[in-house]
Design a protein around this ligand. Sequence first.
Ligand SMILES: *[C@@H]1O[C@H](CO)[C@@H](O)[C@H](O)[C@H]1NC(C)=O
Ligand SMILES: *[C@@H]1O[C@H](CO)[C@@H](O)[C@H](O)[C@H]1NC(C)=O
Ligand SMILES: *[C@@H]1O[C@H](CO)[C@@H](O)[C@H](O)[C@H]1NC(C)=O
Ligand SMILES: *[C@@H]1O[C@H](CO)[C@@H](O)[C@H](O)[C@H]1NC(C)=O
Ligand SMILES: *[C@@H]1O[C@H](CO)[C@@H](O)[C@H](O)[C@H]1NC(C)=O
Ligand SMILES: *[C@@H]1O[C@H](CO)[C@@H](O)[C@H](O)[C@H]1NC(C)=O
Length: 418
Amino acid sequence: MNSFKSVSDRKIQTLFPIVLFSIIILGNLRLVLDSFKRNQSNILGIYGRLKGESNNGVRVVVSPEDRLEEGCDVFEGKWIWDNESYPLYEEQSCPYLVKQTTCLKNGRPDSFYQNWRWQPNGCNLPRFEPLKLLDILRGKRMMFIGDSLQRGQFESMVCLVQSVIPEGKKSLHRVPPMKIFKIEEYNASIEYYWAPFIVESISDHATNHTVHKRMVRLDSIAKHGQHWQGVDILVFESYIWWMHKPFINATYGSPDHVTEYNVTTAYRLALKTWADWLELNINPLTQKLFFMTMSPTHLWSWEWKPGSDENCFNELHPIQDPSYWGTGSNLEIMTILQKTIAELKIDVTLLNITQLSEYRKDAHTTIYGERKGKLLTREQRADPKSFADCIHWCLPGVPDTWNQILYAYLLKTFQNFA
Ligand SMILES: *[C@@H]1O[C@H](CO)[C@@H](O)[C@H](O)[C@H]1NC(C)=O
Ligand SMILES: *[C@@H]1O[C@H](CO)[C@@H](O)[C@H](O)[C@H]1NC(C)=O
Ligand SMILES: *[C@@H]1O[C@H](CO)[C@@H](O)[C@H](O)[C@H]1NC(C)=O
Ligand SMILES: *[C@@H]1O[C@H](CO)[C@@H](O)[C@H](O)[C@H]1NC(C)=O
Ligand SMILES: *[C@@H]1O[C@H](CO)[C@@H](O)[C@H](O)[C@H]1NC(C)=O
Ligand SMILES: *[C@@H]1O[C@H](CO)[C@@H](O)[C@H](O)[C@H]1NC(C)=O
């Protein structure tokens, strides 16, 4: 009991100065900006209120430690043991986590996976400051679009910011296929939109879907797209649902003519549809776009432990070999994504989180998650070889780092405008 108390005391002590620090900084900036407001109203109009509404929301100060060094590749680096500052929030303190991610509550005996910090080789990631992010989001909507992995990133983002918002000033709404987290005082929202293929498919129902029966409409996106219109920050992701088999049933052109497509061809056509939609519907001056690269799987332990025949269950440490790359992360798909984005007339920032996540064989939900909406039975848990989930991640965990990187890029945008 005693030792538990001292641990949680220490946590409170280390968190408190961060919060205080942000309040002080933000307070100062407000004063500075107010006095410059008249001269700078044009610039403020662009980066403060992207939609040209009142611009009294500009309070973000990007301090030198926040600045991602020019040319620094935050995606190359290593995981460092840091149980002082990580996790960035506690599992039980975030009421918005779904059962699929609460590994400790579901019985996972170790929490080591929560204590690793991503350290880029040539620079540091800015410290995640929820109040700064909220200021960036003031009057804005940020939406995560994709499958259940993207939902994990959405939940991570909500948990990262929710602790600084008072009770009654925050709320989570389920509006299938969306989840919307509202932050009242900031008139901001963090949202999630279920679209596992980005384009339309028969798997678009928020809960009634199965990976075994897939049919993708490679040239249709309008039904989803109408919900993305005008959203200030869009974060896309789509991979794992494509990869169930080498071929996938799809339509292109005639909606009644279903044929089997090679997955790489299908993915290329779908991204083309997405890209065309963006060019017609996105205003690059007011909307910011991101794409998360594939979240890796750790389904086969022989990939990091040659000769073994298991999966990610019971793994307690990240992979050390810097060149490790699992066979599940298809580089052909990666290239298609890269080319599509390079050819786009508007900017989409590709956040290449695959390599850093490849190292984290220890951080999946394994037998401490859900299967078909239910926690595993005792019998299923006794058979990790068949039932361990080596695709989804525990929270707090790896998706927090993805969001730290997203946060760093959002700060950078502010810095560039300023
Ligand atoms: C942090 O990790 C170190 C090294 O493994 C360990 O000695 C220490 O007890 C840990 N501290 C906490 C608070 O868990
Ligand atoms: C709040 O945000 C929404 C969506 O971003 C925007 O349409 C609306 O005008 C904002 N309201 C105020 C009072 O700023
Ligand atoms: C789920 O969808 C399938 C077809 O897409 C339908 O036949 C079935 O009735 C649906 N189940 C529920 C519970 O809605
Ligand atoms: C799919 O097409 C790509 C080239 O576009 C090819 O490299 C790959 O082998 C094909 N896959 C199958 C299963 O035919
Ligand atoms: C495509 O659909 C047909 C008919 O439902 C099915 O027999 C076939 O296995 C499906 N192909 C793939 C790759 O799922
Ligand atoms: C993402 O990173 C991996 C590993 O460094 C690299 O192989 C891949 O080409 C990168 N993808 C893009 C689109 O830059």
